[in-house]
Structures are given as structure tokens and as C-alpha cells.
Design a protein around this ligand. Structure first.
Ligand SMILES: NC(=O)c1ccc[n+]([C@@H]2O[C@H](COP(=O)([O-])OP(=O)(O)OC[C@H]3O[C@@H](n4cnc5c(N)ncnc54)[C@H](OP(=O)(O)O)[C@@H]3O)[C@@H](O)[C@H]2O)c1
Length: 351
């Protein structure tokens, strides 16, 4: 696994059948490699309104764990024996849709495969002269928008707020800390799972303070990091960290319920925070959201965040795994925290 955007990959003008990753079985608890199978796929005929896209880079995301289960959720379950789906950027090889030309880079929802047949209605051309293809899956894509919507629309972050975010070195969390600063937060605190991640978010991304949640009780570490309390908690993990944040929130504090990765592989319902009554006594507001409901904010997000990414005031890291056959490995590594920033799979070379 590499942590770089610049590592060269072999130049392959591939004439072999393209491969895709299918769900082999539904995991119970922690998913394993056996839950995936990599197979060659047949190239279907291109219909009117469709694009043939050779993927360059694809996203693996924690929410995909939920889609591997049969349980009803906001995104439909993957079907056993069928190719998985998810965000990807690729190059149009053939087009039967207006507005899409051969050679265009497009963002679409058919990752987990080398070549995709894409309905043009679900694709958007992206400008890879403005930012690399991978950025449209991370800091300028779904995870960046998640951070922006959570802070602006859900938390209604104001100048002077003290903001705490868990999963701080991940794709969403690293954007949260930096966007919070741009919105005028007076202090940004992060928690992450290693000393190197703690160093990274403070020294490279400008968080005021961070701690390793594995080093000791989160409530104690958070009290030390935020002696005067917090106004906003951006929750990516749930569990012990959520309970600690409820304890640290000031009156009228806001909790952005974005994710709960600490419980995604649990086989039993996870116990809730023991201090929920503080939501009443401190007049807290806790609101969940799903980014897919907030695409109306994409324009505002890009207008505010893209220039800061371009001039380097908002930085981002990517952890890139090479090869479609390693996509399951990249996905599984999200749950052991092997990524810094956005976890991505380089599926093929830039043409
Ligand atoms: N609501 C929405 O619309 C929406 C959209 C996108 C993402 N999300 C959620 O946002 C969260 C972050 O997603 P992301 O794409 O940015 O992933 P990410 O943070 O880049 O990667 C996942 C990270 O979670 C941490 N982690 C894994 N197991 C953990 C545990 N038991 N306790 C605490 N941390 C753990 C790991 O970092 P450490 O080394 O720090 O443990 C890992 O690097 C997830 O909960 C995801 O489901 C929600």
C-alpha cells in the first residue's frame, strides 16, 4: 500500500478481458477476502445514452460495508454474485450520449471494475487540468462534500466555535478540520488511531490539537484537548468517542451524526452512549444526514473549497492501492485504519 499520488504504474494497453469485483458472500462481522471474487467480465453492447468508460481510479468507502449486508438501508444492498458499485473516474472510450466525447474524464457510480458501461445521466465530466482525477472522489468529491454539508448545513458552524472531529486523518475528517478553520472555528481538535496520524493532522493540516484515541480513555484525552469544552462534534466513529463528546459539549452544542465506523462490523446492536440525558440538560442538537440528499450544495461547496485546494490552503492526502484485484484489500484496510486521507484504488493508467 502506498501513500502517494505520484507513484508511477505500469503502462498497459490492455487487450485482455476487463475484470470486475463481485460480492461472493455476505460477511457476518468483519468482512474478509473470501467475501469478494475478481472475475473477467463480458463487454456489453453500448446502447443509446450510454458511455463505455475505462476506469482510472475508484473509491472504497466505509458505507460499502453496509451494502454487503442484506439489511435495508439508505443504499441498496449489493447482490451476491454481482459486481459491486461505487464512485470511480474513468476515460470515455466510446460514447452514444450527447455532451460526452471520447477522451473525456467522467465521474460515475460504476467502480469495482476496469471497464464500465455507464448511463450518461449518472455521469459528470470532470476537468483533470484543474485537479487530478482522484481528487473528484475525495476532497473535491463525495467525502469533501460530506464534510462541507455536515459543518455548514447540519452543524451551522459559526466563527469562534470549537470543533471536534473523530476519524480526523481520514477522508471526511481531514476535510472537516480544515473547512472548520476556513469557517472561522477558533479551535479544531481531532482524534485518530496512530501517532503518525496525530502528527499529520496537526503539522500538515493545521488542526490545533489532536490525540490518539487508542492511548487512553477518550473522555480524559478530550478534556485535556478542550479544557473549555466544544461547540460542535463531527462524529465519524460513534462508540466511546461519541459518549466522550456528549460529555465535552457546551450548552446548545451540535452533534453532526455522519458515521459510526466503530460499529460497522458488530454482530450485535452496539450500546448507545450512557450519558444521553446530557442532550436534555445541555440543550444539545444531534442530527444525522446522508450526503446524497445534499447534492444541491455541490456548487456552493466547489465554489468555496476548490480554490482553497488549488492554492494549497486545504491540503489532502490519498492512500492509493494499485490494481483492481487489490480493491478488496483496500476496502478491508479502512477498518484497520491503514489509510491516511482518502483510500483509493488505481484501476488503470491515465491514457
Ligand atoms: N453521512 C454520510 O453521508 C457519509 C458520507 C461519507 C462518509 N461517511 C462516514 O464518515 C466516516 C468516515 O468515512 P471516510 O470515507 O472519510 O473514511 P476514512 O475516515 O477515510 O477511513 C476510515 C477510518 O476510520 C477509522 N476507524 C476504523 N475503525 C475504527 C474504530 N473502530 N474506531 C475509530 N475509528 C476507526 C480509521 O482511522 P483510525 O486510524 O483513526 O482509526 C480509518 O482510517 C465513516 O463513518 C463513513 O461511514 C458518512
Amino acid at each position: 500500500m502506498t501513500d502517494s499520488t505520484t507513484e508511477p504504474i505500469a503502462n498497459s494497453t490492455d487487450t485482455t478481458a476487463p475484470r470486475e469485483v463481485r460480492l461472493a458472500s455476505r460477511p457476518v462481522g468483519w468482512p474478509t477476502h473470501d467475501d469478494f471474487v475478481v472475475v473477467e467480465s463480458d463487454l456489453p453492447e453500448l446502447a443509446e445514452g450510454q458511455l463505455l468508460v475505462r476506469n482510472v481510479v475508484m473509491s472504497v468507502d466505509p458505507y460499502m460495508r453496509g451494502r454487503m449486508s442484506a439489511a435495508k438501508s439508505y443504499a441498496p444492498p449489493y447482490e451476491v454474485g454481482e459486481a459491486m458499485t461505487g464512485g470511480a473516474v474513468g476515460v470515455v472510450e466510446a460514447s452514444r450520449a450527447d455532451g460526452f466525447a471520447v477522451g473525456d474524464h467522467v465521474l460515475h457510480g460504476f467502480g469495482w471494475r476496469e471497464v464500465a458501461l455507464v448511463d450518461a445521466k449518472g455521469a459528470r465530466v470532470v476537468d483533470v487540468t484543474v485537479a487530478p482525477a482522484s481528487a473528484y472522489l475525495g476532497v473535491l468529491g463525495m467525502t469533501g462534500l460530506t464534510a462541507y454539508v455536515g459543518l455548514t448545513r447540519i452543524a451551522q458552524t459559526k466563527p469562534g466555535d470549537v470543533v471536534f472531529v473523530s476519524g480526523a486523518a481520514g477522508a471526511v475528517g481531514s476535510a472537516v478540520g480544515q473547512i472548520a478553520k476556513a469557517l472561522g472555528a477558533s479551535r479544531v481538535i481531532g482524534s485518530a488511531g496512530s501517532a503518525e496520524k496525530v502528527r499529520h493532522v496537526v503539522e500538515d493540516l493545521g488542526f490545533d490539537v489532536a490525540f490518539n484515541y487508542k492511548d487512553g480513555p477518550v473522555s480524559k484525552q478530550l478534556r485535556e484537548a478542550a479544557p473549555d469544552g466544544i461547540d460542535v462534534y463531527f462524529d465519524n466513529v460513534g462508540g466511546e468517542t461519541l459518549e466522550a463528546a456528549i460529555g465535552a459539549l457546551e450548552r446548545h452544542g451540535r452533534i453532526v451524526a455522519c458515521g459510526s465506523i466503530a460499529g460497522y462490523n458488530a454482530t450485535e446492536p452496539v450500546p448507545g452512549p450512557r450519558n444521553m440525558f446530557m442532550v436534555v440538560t445541555k440543550r444539545l442538537r444531534m442530527q444525522g444526514f446522508i450526503v446524497f440528499d445534499h447534492f444541491d450544495r455541490l456548487g456552493a461547496f466547489l465554489a468555496e473549497v476548490a480554490p482553497r485546494v488549488a492554492d494549497g490552503t486545504i491540503g489532502y492526502r490519498e492512500t492509493i492501492v494499485d490494481g483492481i484485484e487489490r480493491a478488496p484489500e483496500a476496502f478491508l484496510a479502512l477498518f484497520s485504519g491503514e489509510n491516511v486521507g482518502k483510500m483509493l484504488v488505481r484501476v488503470g493508467p491515465e491514457p
